[in-house]
Design a protein. Sequence first.
Length: 103
Amino acid sequence: MQDHYARLGVHCNATMAEIKQAFRRQAALHHPDRNPSPDAATRFRAVQQSYEVLSDPERRKAYDDLRQRKLLDDPLPVAASLWRDYVRDLRRSFTSTTLPPSL
């Protein structure tokens, strides 16, 4: 299960304003027109999907309920998966950033 909160880099108690700001930041980082990485389009679509879920109050509640149930049913694999997704997305955000040439 992909963690939409981790993908956007926000806490599960984030406000709509925080989610929107995080989406804009991640979208700018992974947009295929701005990021030459071959998997930028895939990551951009994933960020869009996470925003679509978290920006809709009904879909967000359904996602939160499912997330909570999975954590209660078997917390270890879910926690490991969430952590793995978070670290992967964090690593990608650092490695996909185009740095200016050194002087």
